[in-house]
Design a protein around this ligand. Structure first.
Ligand code: FNR
Length: 376
């Protein structure tokens, strides 16, 4: 596939990808729940904050690296778990994992990847985490955890907000569902315990395998006391993704998890949900001293990264932008998006007088209201 030039403007990537992709895959990636109110809110929240640069700080000398769970990263940035990436490029997660590794950034492997977690692990030697959609079968769950550990995933991210799919209007209107076609099932279909529950291998009866996947991976919500199962069976850092309420963050810390991801799944689950950035400060105030607080939803630019970090995120996950990069030519496209983001982040920090991660504090920001800015 050709590598059309990716724009350097992270906010323009979506429009550029729209021109490249078929309406089904584009709608699946770009779309949100319902009217799209939360997708828009995620962006609007970033726009309400302004950076106030400081001068004469010797900011040409800087190190924006950070340490997460004992792992040194060149920047406080990770690639968010995103499933079914082959719908935008045949190399899918293999390409994204390679591009992440080249930048030294952790790649979070989704349960719903188009390639199995072992294939993704083989594709690169970069840092990797595993994101779990919690199957309604403890033995399948244990098998996935075991495979993730053996595939070198250091950290487990349990996604709480997508136990059933949101009202995704673009997909409904286009009758487009990758999962219904068996895309995103590679890790489940290659799992020996999952396969042992089938009468015939997925290759011989795809509809039955898809039906079992759907029954096992969607439709069952959990309760806080269930987390003990994962805590007991995952020896490494445990992260809960999809936290928006500070009380849930406290429950997470009480349950012994190591981190939460403040996230509304990129606005794909609850139409009208609070913008993730608006939820961040309260979560940080509630648990920031006890556990690690990660963030995603709506990040498109280096300035967005600065704002989320100033508001207390320990690190930030980037979602759709790298998938748009993937659409623009596989690994090269993802690399370009990541390099642009890292460079813009670095420039924004340094031109604002920052030299290190700890310089990104709430005092660096002011709200539009504080500076008297009224949008048109
Ligand atoms: C996602 N997201 C997601 N999250 C997760 O935990 N497991 C998954 O398999 C997926 N799959 C997925 C597919 C697509 C196409 C998108 C756009 C998103 C959510 C993802 O991890 C992250 O929370 C959002 O992408 C963050 O929002 P932005 O930055 O994309 O706006």
């Amino acid at each position: 596939m050709n590598t059309p030039l990716c724009t350097t403007d992270g906010t323009a990537l979506e429009e550029s990808a729209r021109r490249l992709l078929e309406p089904g895959p584009f709608g699946y990636v770009a779309g949100g729940a319902g009217s799209g109110a939360t997708v828009r809110a995620n962006r609007a929240a970033f726009d309400r904050w302004r950076i106030v640069p400081r001068m004469l700080r010797g900011a040409h000398v800087r190190d924006l690296g950070t340490t997460l769970f004992g792992e040194r990263l060149p920047a406080p940035i990770l690639l968010a778990p995103i499933g079914v990436q082959s719908i935008v490029h045949p190399d899918g997660e293999l390409a994204s994992a390679r591009a992440a590794a080249a930048c030294g950034l952790p790649f979070v492997v989704s349960t719903m990847s188009s390639y199995s977690l072992e294939q993704i692990a083989e594709a690169s030697d970069g840092p990797r985490w595993f994101q779990l959609y919690w199957p309604d079968d403890p033995e399948v769950c244990l098998s996935l955890l075991d495979r993730a550990r053996r595939a070198g995933c250091t950290t487990l991210v349990v996604t709480l907000d997508n136990w059933t799919f949101g009202w995704r209007t673009r997909d409904l209107d286009q009758d487009y569902s990758p999962a219904a076609q068996g895309i995103g099932t590679a890790t489940a279909f290659s799992d020996p315990v999952f396969r042992s529950r089938l009468d015939r291998p997925p290759r011989d009866d795809l509809p039955a395998a898809i039906a079992q996947w759907k029954a096992m991976f969607t439709g069952v919500d959990r309760e806080w006391q269930d987390l003990g199962f994962l805590r007991r069976n995952w020896p490494g850092p445990l992260v809960l993704k999809g936290i928006l309420h500070p009380d849930d963050a406290v429950l997470a810390a009480d349950a012994g998890v190591d981190a939460v991801v403040v996230s509304n799944h990129g606005g794909r689950q609850v139409d009208g949900a609070i913008a993730a950035l608006d939820a961040l400060p309260e979560v940080v105030a509630a648990v920031g001293e006890r556990i690690t607080v990660l963030f995603d939803s709506g990040v498109r630019t280096g300035a967005d990264l600065v704002k989320a970090l100033c508001l207390g995120a320990d690190a930030v996950l980037v979602g759709r932008p790298y998938v748009y990069g993937l659409a623009h030519g596989g690994e090269a496209g993802v690399s370009r998006v990541l390099t642009n983001l890292l460079t813009e982040f670095d420039l924004t920090v340094t031109l604002s007088g920052g030299r290190q991660r700890s310089d990104l504090r709430p005092e660096v920001l002011k709200t539009n209201r504080e500076v008297g800015f009224v949008s048109a």
